[in-house]
Design a protein around this ligand. Structure first.
Ligand SMILES: [Zn+2]
Length: 111
């Protein structure tokens, strides 16, 4: 029997499991992965990674991250949101959101 050691912690033994996978909190399916009994890290082979990418694309969740530039409106600054983020989050003009810095490098906007 082939006992593969974890590539990350190098202590645990990897077991093949069906792993539920989610992107931006949306479940996209279960995929065959190797899970470390010790640290819980999951590894997918190249073929499965491609499957996950395809499933992510078919759910319209691929490439959701985007760059945007800060604009200015009077004395305040504004940030334009790309259409696919607007659609995914069902945002509309006038909707109230809460924002706060999570760190000096991360701004969170909660709906
Ligand atoms: Zn491990």
């Amino acid at each position: 029997m082939n006992m593969t050691k974890c590539y990350l912690c190098e202590k645990g033994v990897l077991k093949v499991k069906e792993v539920p996978y989610a992107v931006y909190g949306e479940p996209i399916g279960k995929f065959k992965g190797e899970v470390c009994e010790q640290c819980g890290e999951t590894f997918f082979d190249e073929e499965t990674s491609l499957e996950i990418t395809e499933a992510t694309k078919s759910k319209g969740l691929f490439g959701m991250g985007a760059k945007t530039k800060i604009g200015q409106a009077g004395t305040t600054l504004d940030i334009r949101l790309p259409k696919r983020i607007i659609d995914f989050l069902h945002l509309e003009k006038g909707k109230e959101v809460t924002m706060y810095p999570e760190s000096k490098r991360k701004l969170v906007i909660e709906l």
